[in-house]
Design a protein around this ligand. Sequence first.
Ligand code: FES
Length: 101
Amino acid sequence: MSWVSVGHVRDLTPGEGRTFVVDGHQIAVFLLPDGSVRATTAVCPHRGGPLADGQIDSDVVVCPLHQYAFAFESGLCTTGEVEPVPIYAARLQDEAIHIRV
Ligand code: FES
């Protein structure tokens, strides 16, 4: 695995997500209100909903299709019997978004 720069933090809106394609992976990147970034697979493991369009707080993203919530730290679904969402390590370095893929 290696860190890949996917864009500048100004490409993100605080409290929202955006999908990037990295090495063929669709990855949803979220800018949290505290200024940190989190990343998950962009496709919901339930029925393929667009996780980047989901509502977030500091701990979870809620899929817009059926409102299941997934924890940023573990990927586990916190609201139902849905398989975990794959998560990616994400960081900001000199305002560049880096994802480990
Ligand atoms: S597709 Fe995401 S909760 Fe159903």
